[in-house]
Design a protein around this ligand. Structure first.
Ligand code: SF4
Length: 211
């Protein structure tokens, strides 16, 4: 599909989704908390991440505090996020590195973020968008699925989707894309049983127009 067409499509999609959903990205934009929260969010649902993060940050909220916290206590606090044995050790190690090597400042650099243990492309991009308000495209299961359904990309993996979206989507639309697509994916364009009947973008959806 031509870049010009994709540019018009994404302009329409963002406009329609902004009419449906509020912009949540600056609710808590502390880069360290965004980083830890995103690690906790891996392979769990948003409500579990919210509960685990709230409990954790009530007790320990700085790199130094988490780095020196007993791992057993961290496990109890973040238990709701699942895989808590692994995640407790991961957030402790990440916090130690941020404290000792970065003077408590999370790097706003994609490559350095990727070097942190347990930080992949999605997490690094989340920190850039939600912690530093920089143009990046975190691709989770919602962004990957929706982008393919609509026809913005034709890809097999989230990493491929990210690369393709970066190529075809004008930068001015990168920042809100993840937040809007996540809300859209949770409420309308669900993995199973997408609610086409209330979808605001049926006329440009490749998947819908093939049914
Ligand atoms: S028409 Fe259906 S598949 Fe297409 S974006 Fe809307 S809900 Fe998703």
């Amino acid at each position: 599909m031509e870049l010009f067409i994709i540019s018009l499509m994404i302009q329409l999609i963002i406009k329609r989704l902004e009419e449906l959903y509020s912009f949540r990205i600056f609710e808590d934009s502390d880069p360290f908390r965004v980083l830890i929260r995103t690690i906790l969010s891996q392979r769990t649902r948003d409500e579990n991440t919210d509960a685990a993060s709230a409990l954790l940050f009530t007790k320990f909220s700085t790199p130094e505090a988490i780095a020196y916290a007993p791992v057993e206590e961290l496990e109890i606090l973040i238990k709701k996020s699942g895989f808590y044995h692994v995640k407790a050790r991961r957030i402790k190690e990440v916090s130690r590195i941020i404290h000792e090597e970065y003077d408590n400042m999370v790097p706003n650099n994609f490559k350095e973020l990727l070097n942190l243990p347990g930080v992949g492309r999605k997490t690094a991009n989340c920190v850039l968008v939600y912690g530093f308000h920089e143009d990046a495209i975190p691709v989770d299961v919602h962004v990957h699925r929706i982008s393919n359904r609509i026809g913005l990309v034709d890809t097999k993996t989230p990493d491929e989707t990210e690369a393709k979206l970066r190529e075809v989507i004008p930068k001015k639309y990168w920042l809100p894309l993840n937040d809007l697509f996540v809300q859209f994916g949770q409420n309308i364009c669900k993995p199973i049983g997408p609610k086409h009947e209330i979808c605001p973008i049926t006329e440009i959806c490749h998947y819908y127009n093939k049914i």
